[in-house]
Design a protein around this ligand. Structure first.
Ligand code: MG
Length: 422
């Protein structure tokens, strides 16, 4: 069974007055939302998104999670549409959930906006989600380096958010949870202040997810705290022996860890300035429910089937096996088709060793590693081939069947005989 242990923390930061971030830590659902829009609308957007996602996430699959995000988007959009004081509000959303898509439990990650999901695995920090922000798009297009993006004045402009329209495009990722893996969900208040290597160092140093969340928030404040900061840490605590058995059975074959990431790469669609009102006292009291550190604590989840794996160096899903099998099958069919084509066609050419016309099996010059072979030799000398045909015969006169090639040779003989009798 897959057991998760999670904790989250949120802080208003050192500049803002209101904490517009919201988060949720459940048994098998984890959410961070970063609201945008002035006059407290941002916090309503993020709060609405979290609540709607929680209640709408009934179908415990990746598709079910995506559908719940779409419901959350619609809920925020309706509020913004119907209430003039909330017009233009929106929110980012990053969420992870243990889902039951296949025999193996999966951690589904969904994303809209620039809040992030990181996977800390085998001592390495990997960014799972892709930011929907102006600067990240420029980085992807090669117009900006990561370093430039980090200090770019428009680094907070996001290109996708919940609540901006009746529909939203949701990125989804699936991870195979392995014991020892740590997932970090966070708002940009963390990533704008704390570089990845410090996040990784904190995950390396502190074992308890509550301590990690609190420490990352502290580091973001120390780094400037110019925005609300929210961090959720999800540890995969999987010490079930059946999981080990499954792992050993599967570890006969290894796979690249990257193959377990089924990343959607949709295009970004819209732009929205997320800067809300700033200014205010350092760490002013925030009434946000997420302002205090909260934790799932001892509540360890027991969702998922007994087929998780603890093999740190090896991981493979049935999906990967199916995909590899499909690729091999397609390759085999392609090679077979080329082979058939190469071996079941004929041409009339010159056998250089005897200087006589011959019927070859294959294609002139060969196809891939299928070289032509002589199928029938003839007594017709190259020097007897009518001059106007010689060039064609030298380069190989292709014929669909052996009989057609034989007819062509017969034609050559008759022409040669006609010429000889003139
Ligand atoms: Mg933010």
């Amino acid at each position: 069974m897959t057991r998760l242990r999670a904790s989250g923390a949120s802080d208003v930061g050192r500049v803002r007055v209101i904490n517009e971030d919201r988060f949720f830590v459940g048994d098998d659902l984890f959410v961070v939302c970063d609201g945008l829009g002035g006059h407290q609308a941002g916090e309503i957007a993020s709060q609405t998104a979290v609540e709607t996602l929680r209640s709408a996430f009934v179908d415990r699959t990746t598709e079910g999670l995506v559908a719940a995000v779409e419901r959350a988007n619609h809920a925020v959009w309706e509020l913004a549409r119907d209430r003039s004081e909330m017009r233009g509000m929106g929110t980012t959303l990053i969420a992870a959930a243990l889902v039951e898509d296949s025999e193996l439990p999966q951690l589904a990650v969904v994303n809209v906006g620039d809040s992030r999901a990181y996977l800390f695995q085998r001592d390495e920090l990997i960014q799972v989600s892709e930011d929907h922000s102006l600067v990240e798009e420029m980085v992807r297009e090669g117009r900006l380096t990561s370093e430039e993006a980090h200090v770019h004045p428009q680094r907070s402009v996001i290109t996708r958010a919940l609540g901006l329209g009746p529909e939203v495009e949701v990125d989804r990722f699936e991870l195979l949870p392995l014991a020892g893996d740590r997932l970090v969900l966070c708002s940009d208040g963390l990533t704008n202040e704390v570089p990845d290597n410090r996040i990784a160092a904190t995950l390396r140093r502190l074992a308890d997810p509550t301590e990690v969340a609190a420490e990352l928030v502290r580091l973001a404040r120390e780094g400037g705290g110019s925005d609300n900061i929210t961090v959720v840490v999800v540890d995969v605590d999987d010490d079930d022996d059946r999981a080990g058995e499954a792992s050993r059975a599967l570890s006969a074959e290894s796979a690249d860890p990257g193959t377990t990431r089924a990343a959607a790469r949709p295009k970004t669609s819209r732009s929205e300035d997320r800067r809300g009102p700033t200014a205010g006292a350092d760490g002013a009291a925030s009434a946000a429910p997420g302002a205090a550190t909260s934790t799932a604590g001892a509540a360890t989840s027991t969702a998922g089937a007994a087929s998780a794996t603890t093999g740190r160096g090896r991981r493979i899903t049935w999906r990967v096996i199916g995909f590899v099998t499909l690729v091999l099958a397609v390759l085999a069919i392609a090679v077979g088709a080329v082979g058939w084509y190469a071996r079941h066609t004929f041409y009339v050419g010159i056998d250089d060793r005897s200087g006589r016309v011959a019927i070859f099996r294959g294609q002139p010059g060969g196809v891939l590693w299928f070289h032509p072979t002589i199928d029938q030799r003839t007594s017709l000398a190259a020097s007897d081939v009518p001059p106007d045909r010689l060039r064609t015969v030298r380069s190989g006169q292709a014929e669909p069947t052996l009989a057609a090639a034989q007819r062509y040779v017969t034609g050559l003989r008759q022409e040669a005989a006609t010429l000889a009798h003139r």
